[in-house]
Design a protein around this ligand. Structure first.
Ligand SMILES: Cc1cc2nc3c(=O)[nH]c(=O)nc-3n(C[C@H](O)[C@H](O)[C@H](O)COP(=O)(O)O)c2cc1C
Length: 171
């Protein structure tokens, strides 16, 4: 969900459109009705897509200025395994792209285990917060990681793994 959703977000951004992942502050029953969900399905997040107003309202300034923290954790805090001094260029670029991914309330629940030809995305813990699965955030980071690797000239494959692990990217 996060991986595919972020694909839409990035593509909209490429087209010059504004977006924002919204996991709270929308009415799930209205979204479900609009989408026509089946009984086993749930709308976990939505995004507006469009041209952002040039000027922000006072409420928007308040939400983005005070309510939001744009800081990202350093890789030293997120990555384990192979020492950073041995990372090939593709690992550096892929992890830098993954580190910058958006997450609900900027919680950045992803951790990265770096192997010789692999990066495993791991969730920090199973304590869910804000009623939005952390694995969704990790899916977003997976796409960023994969695109970072691609930008560094590397393609790989994903294997899904059971919690706390999420998935392993292998060259
Ligand atoms: C799954 C998900 C849900 C989010 N839900 C909301 C939301 O309900 N309202 C909101 O203003 N931002 C929401 N965000 C945006 C995050 O708050 C934002 O990405 C994070 O604070 C980092 O800020 P930045 O991406 O602007 O640097 C959400 C992001 C994700 C990935």
């Amino acid at each position: 969900m996060g991986y595919l959703g972020e694909g839409l977000i990035l593509e909209a951004t490429r087209l010059g459109l504004g977006t924002c992942w919204v996991g709270g502050f929308f009415r799930p029953e209205v979204a479900a009705r609009l989408v026509g969900t089946r009984p086993s399905e749930k709308v976990v997040a939505v995004t507006p897509v469009g041209y952002a107003a040039g000027r922000w309202s006072a409420e928007e300034k308040l939400m983005t200025g005070f309510g939001r923290n744009h800081r990202r954790k350093p890789l030293a805090e997120l990555a384990t395994g192979l020492d950073q001094s041995y990372w090939p260029n593709w690992v550096k670029v892929a992890l830098e792209a993954a580190r910058l991914a958006p997450s609900a309330m900027n919680r950045q629940p992803w951790r990265f285990e770096v192997g010789k030809n692999t990066i495993t995305v791991v969730v920090d813990n199973l304590h869910e917060t804000y009623n939005i699965p952390k694995r969704l955030d990790c899916g977003i980071a997976m796409l960023h990681l994969e695109l970072g690797a691609l930008a560094a000239g590397v393609t790989g494959t994903w294997e899904f793994l059971p919690p706390l692990r999420v998935a392993m990217f292998t060259l």
